[in-house]
Design a protein around this ligand. Structure first.
Ligand code: NAP
Length: 520
């Protein structure tokens, strides 16, 4: 089977042999993807000229209702998607739910949120400001949807969530989507988009899909397009440097890789609720989706006096992980998605091992699967006792079930070490000390996109370190790409042109009344 591309309102198979999509447990081929012969310029033009006007004709409320229709279509097909997530990504049921329900949940959230914007077609952001002595002459800000396409280039680890968390915001904004999932796991994205297109719930041109290489896609972007990229920092650098991307001034949001950290506070003691919550969270982050979450904890910082205790507790917990074929009920962690990812993770672990020793790791011995054909990596906890001198431990992302445990000597040092990731998506802090919680949140703020603060009182209700919630912004500075997505209505900003309008106050008020009040 070859995955077809959905461009210019038609399903079109690429020519040539295509790139195989493989089951990472069995090593068998599931499908092929090719974009050879696909006219990328025409694909973007169709989205801009057919999808854009159709979406902009609708109000925010009407577009929010479209998101609700997508939710209905996807919800009706969840069992099929679960099977695909297992076959193409090696997901356990829980891993698949994070991706599939995460995508549907984000669409649902934006459908509810967008409905509050009602019948408006523009946004009004902020107050009115007097510009001089005359009170009649003032300014205000409004925002309108871009008139180009939203180009979404996604990473392999979230073929559902990555697709819909971006599409939900762009479609609500009124900007047509051209989605390009990572080839290795594109089968799930393909099935979902196919179901939505077949259901006829979206206007023509609102959603297009490219399955396979992006080829010359970015050579055709214009200044009204908005590119949202998720993937490795290396690819981000390459795409940012594309001559046409630079020359056109197209918007470019990057969600790249990240050395996220978790801190156990200096107040912690063995057996304290925060100690147990921290250990549970680190182990869960390492093994959920086999560690293939951009937000997963890669560095765990603990008070030096507790390092042995934490290492022991994590080792005991990780030893219970059952690695293998997720088709077997007892298996709690599947493979990484491909042989090349397996090699990349093992190479990264080797680099980290130059500065850290292994607490638990080694060869994976998968249950009900062949270690040679499958893409398994054992949960690997490393320990680096000199994190202040370590370099690789703060720089090398092992995008799999791996984490480095590091002791710190003071509260200030813990915060400084976490910031050594060079800009990260998420940090978590486990402490019962309110002062440390506040110091850590503010101390980590400049280098992070999100900080999660946990104590006994919110330990149970926490959504977790690595789970991206649509009401919170997602992204991080520096190495993490410098981007920002989601964050409720804040996410609309990327797909809107905000402008200052200056003039007579009563005219400005009339314009503002025709727009929905938001704070972007
Ligand atoms: P990747 O190799 O950088 O690929 C990302 C996407 O870019 C894929 O769709 C890929 O397509 C596409 N791509 C590659 N070369 C391209 C080119 N020349 N022109 C246009 N598109 C191109 O990343 P990955 O291996 O899929 O994902 C893993 C990385 O993503 C990890 O480092 C992880 O930390 C990061 N990540 C970050 C976030 C976040 O939100 N910050 C979320 C998830 C993952 P093909 O698949 O067809 O090559």
């Amino acid at each position: 089977m070859k995955l077809a591309n959905y461009v210019a309102g038609k399903w079109l198979e690429g020519t040539g042999a295509g790139t195989p999509l493989v089951d990472p447990v069995l090593g068998t081929e599931l499908a092929r993807a090719s974009t050879d012969g696909v006219d990328m310029r025409a694909a973007l033009d169709y989205a801009r000229t057919t999808g854009g006007p159709a979406l902009r004709k609708l109000s925010y409320g009407e577009r929010a209702a479209l998101l609700g229709k997508i939710v209905e279509v996807l919800t009706a097909n969840k069992d099929k998607y679960q099977a695909t997530a297992l076959a193409n990504s090696g997901n356990t049921k829980i891993d698949a739910a994070i991706d599939i329900d995460g995508g549907i949940g984000t669409l649902f959230f934006y459908s509810r949120l967008g409905s509050k914007l009602g019948d408006k077609r523009a946004l009004h952001d902020g107050a009115f400001d007097r510009l001089g002595k005359d009170e009649a002459f003032q300014s205000t800000h409004i925002a309108v949807p871009l008139q180009g396409a939203a180009i979404h280039i996604n990473a392999f680890n979230f073929p559902s969530w990555g697709l819909w968390e971006k599409a939900a915001v762009a479609l609500l904004a009124g900007v047509p989507v051209v989605a390009k999932p990572a080839t290795a796991t594109a089968l799930l994205s393909y099935q979902m988009v196919k179901d939505v297109i077949d259901a006829g719930v979206l206007p023509a041109g609102a959603l297009s899909l490219i399955c396979g290489s992006a080829r010359d896609l970015l050579d055709h972007v214009t200044g009204q397009d908005a590119i949202a990229f998720t993937g490795s920092a290396d690819t981000a650098h390459l795409l940012r440097a594309n001559k046409n991307v630079i020359a056109s001034g197209a918007r470019f949001n990057v969600e790249a890789d990240s050395l996220n950290s978790s801190l156990l506070g200096p107040d912690a003691t063995e057996g304290a609720p925060e100690f147990d919550l921290f250990v549970r969270e680190v182990a869960r982050e390492m093994t959920q989706k086999a560690g293939q979450k951009c937000t997963a904890i890669r560095r765990a910082f603990v008070p030096r006096a507790l390092a042995d205790k934490v290492a022991g507790a994590l080792e005991a917990r990780l030893a219970k992980t059952v690695v293998g074929n997720p088709r077997t009920e007892s298996v709690t962690m599947g493979p990484v998605v491909s042989k090349s990812q397996q090699k990349a993770v093992l190479d990264a672990i080797r680099q980290l091992s130059a500065e850290a020793k292994t607490v638990i790791g080694g060869d994976a011995k998968p249950v009900d699967a062949n270690a040679a054909t499958g893409c398994f990596v054992a949960p690997t906890l490393l320990r680096c006792d000199d994190p202040a001198s370590g370099k690789a431990v703060h720089a090398v992302e092992a995008f799999g079930p791996a984490c480095t445990l590091m002791p710190y000597d003071s509260a200030e040092q813990a915060i400084a070490l976490a910031a050594k990731g060079g800009g990260s998506l998420a940090a978590s802090v486990f402490t019962s000390d309110d002062k440390f919680a506040a110091d850590a949140a503010l101390g980590l703020a400049a280098s992070h996109g999100r900080v999660l603060i946990i104590d006994e009182k919110v330990g149970k209700s926490s959504t977790g370190h690595g789970i991206v919630m649509p009401m919170c912004v997602h992204g991080g500075p520096g190495r993490a790409g410098g981007g920002e997505e989601l964050g409720g209505l804040r996410g609309l900003r990327f797909y809107h042109q905000r402008l200052a309008v200056q003039g007579r106050l009563d005219r400005l008020q009339a314009i503002a009344t025709s727009a929905a009040d938001v704070s972007l």
